[in-house]
Each structure stands twice: as structure tokens, then as C-alpha cells.
Design a protein around this ligand. Structure first.
Ligand SMILES: [Zn+2]
Length: 324
């Protein structure tokens, strides 16, 4: 007899979701659990199927962009594999942080103390505050923009305000037709919980248009299984615009009165049920439209709808009620 807590029973009780569309899937991983591929010329990307980082091989060594701990030691293996195949140096000389979060920077300490770390000044402030030995603070920082010229290669770093995080930057490779922008657009997939765990929704919603202002063909989004295209970014914008419109409609059409009538002196019970009702009304048409279009639209749209709804109410003041 198996106990109710057995793995099989737990798995059987979990919900089923729509199949992942073929368009959301990227290349297969190797036996060590990673894939490394060329973005363009000497710019490469590495993935474990969930996270992505990138690196540039130069005549003076390798410049790494993010070090997600889930890829961890495979970053080193991927760099070694490419460097030896091309007869170039595998010495990592620089590490650029897209932002401070541990899930994209937590393998930073695997690289030696002589690596020069570069990041936004807010990234430095946050890393010093959070004091995680896995993520040494950057020695070199910038405020608004900075052009890196390393080993004959050009990289443009720019901060355009808070979005997913306060410090998230645009990493443009003008000579490689590529843009790296982490935790905004997951090519082929819906954002995860609360719009990719974003702290500033107006900034998050505005950032794809900023991304599209740069000239590029290849998009490195930091997540899931493949690189992105300009069409992926446009599709994500459409998804977020549909969420916005649907949320506004839900806020206007679901009447709060019965929720407060029902729960009397427990206003939090009323608010909780009302938030759920607004979220459900906002999410339903979006899930219907994007299932089969963006992977996991049925898994995560409710969560993002909830967070966009709170931003529309609290940041934008939409449907705000002033007692007469
Ligand atoms: Zn993040």
C-alpha cells in the first residue's frame, strides 16, 4: 500500500495544462544538461532549458553576460567548448550583470577574483546591501549608459528606468545584431508569476517598446528554451495590451457591492473574493486567446492579470472610487 504522500499520488493530483506549442521549444540539451549556440559571429548563448546566459569571445578573452546558478559549471564548459573549437582564449576577463537577482547572477563567484565585474550603479548598491558571497558587487558601474570596448568588441549598456527590477539594463550588441534584456519577454512563453516577478509594472509594460527601438535581429531574454525575434517581442506586447484592456473591463463590470454585503465586518474577506473575481474575469478571455499561442498561458495568465490589475488600480488610479 502506498501512503497518500507518495510521489506518484502527489503527481497524479497535480493539474494538467495545455500542451506546450512546438513554437515555444528550443534546441535539445547535451548530456551535461546544457546547449551552447552561436547568436552571431563570436557572440554565443548558453541555456539549460530554463535560464540563459551569453558570452562574447574576443582577442583578449571572454566577456560573460550573467551567470545563472542553474547553468552554473556548465557556463565554464560551454565557454571551454567554444574557445577550443575556435582556437581562441577561454579566459573569462569580464562579467556583465543584467541586474542583481540571484537567479541570473548566483554563479558569479565561480569565476575568479581577477574577473572585472560590470553593472549598473543600482546593481552595485543592491548587491552590497544583500551581501551574498555568490554575487560579488561590480567594481565598474555606470548610471545611464556606457559603451564597453573589450578586445576589439563593442557592447552598449543602458539603463532606462525600473522595470522587472530597479536596476535591469539593456545590453545591446550593435555589431552582432543582438539585444539582451532579461526577465521581460520570455520568447514563446507567457511571463511567470506576477509578470515575471516585476516590481514596476508601468516600467515593465513600457520596456518592450524600448527594446524594439534598438536595431537587432536576435533577442536574448534570459529564459526558457530559445532565442527570440522581433515578432516574439511584438507578440508579448500584444499579450500585455490584451491583459490591460481585459482588466479595465473587469474592473468596470464586476460590482463590489455584493462582496461587502456578504462579509459584513470582515472587509479583507470581501477584498480577497473581489480580487479573485476581478482576476478571473480579466484572465478568462486572455487565456482563451493565447492558449496554443504562448506556452503556459493557462498556467500563469491569472497571476499576471492580478498584478497588472493592482498596477492599473494603484499606479494609474483607474476605477478609483472617491467617497462623496
Ligand atoms: Zn530578475
Amino acid at each position: 500500500m502506498t501512503s497518500p504522500a507518495s510521489g506518484t499520488d502527489t503527481a497524479a493530483a497535480l493539474p494538467d495544462y495545455a500542451p506546450v506549442p512546438q513554437s515555444a521549444l528550443g534546441p535539445a540539451l547535451n548530456d551535461q544538461g546544457y546547449y551552447v549556440g552561436r547568436v552571431e559571429r563570436n557572440l554565443y548563448w548558453v541555456t539549460d532549458g530554463s535560464y540563459q546566459s551569453a558570452f562574447l569571445t574576443t582577442k583578449d578573452g571572454v566577456v560573460l553576460f550573467d551567470a545563472p546558478p542553474s547553468i552554473g559549471g556548465n557556463i565554464r564548459r560551454a565557454v571551454d567548448e567554444i574557445a577550443s573549437a575556435n582556437g581562441v582564449s577561454n579566459k573569462v576577463t569580464h562579467l556583465v550583470y543584467s541586474h542583481s537577482h540571484a537567479d541570473h547572477a548566483g554563479a558569479s563567484s565561480l569565476f575568479d577574483k581577477n574577473v572585472i565585474r560590470i553593472g549598473h550603479e543600482e546593481t552595485k548598491r543592491l548587491l552590497l546591501r544583500d551581501n551574498d558571497p555568490a554575487r560579488p558587487a561590480p567594481e565598474e558601474t555606470f548610471a545611464d549608459r556606457r559603451t564597453l570596448k573589450i578586445g576589439g568588441e563593442r557592447i552598449e549598456l543602458e539603463w532606462r528606468g525600473p522595470n522587472h527590477s530597479p536596476d535591469n539594463i539593456y545590453i545591446h550588441f550593435p555589431d552582432h545584431d543582438a539585444l539582451m534584456l532579461i526577465d521581460i519577454v520570455n520568447p514563446g512563453w507567457a511571463p511567470i508569476s506576477i509578470a515575471n516577478l516585476s516590481e514596476d509594472i508601468p516600467g515593465y509594460v513600457a520596456s518592450p517598446a524600448i527594446a524594439l527601438d534598438y536595431p537587432w535581429k536576435h533577442f536574448i531574454g534570459g529564459h526558457v528554451t530559445r532565442l527570440g525575434t522581433r515578432d516574439d517581442v511584438t507578440l508579448h506586447q500584444q499579450y500585455m495590451a490584451d491583459i490591460d484592456a481585459s482588466v479595465r473591463k473587469a474592473l468596470m463590470s464586476v460590482d463590489p457591492t455584493p462582496f461587502f454585503q456578504k462579509y459584513g465586518n470582515n472587509p479583507w474577506a470581501a477584498v480577497s473574493a473581489l480580487f479573485d473575481a476581478w482576476t478571473e474575469a480579466g484572465a478568462t478571455p486572455v487565456i482563451e486567446k493565447y492558449t496554443g499561442v504562448l506556452a503556459a498561458a493557462d498556467v500563469y495568465t491569472r497571476s499576471t492579470v492580478f498584478w497588472v490589475m493592482e498596477s492599473i488600480r494603484l499606479d494609474l488610479g483607474f476605477a478609483s472610487y472617491v467617497h462623496p
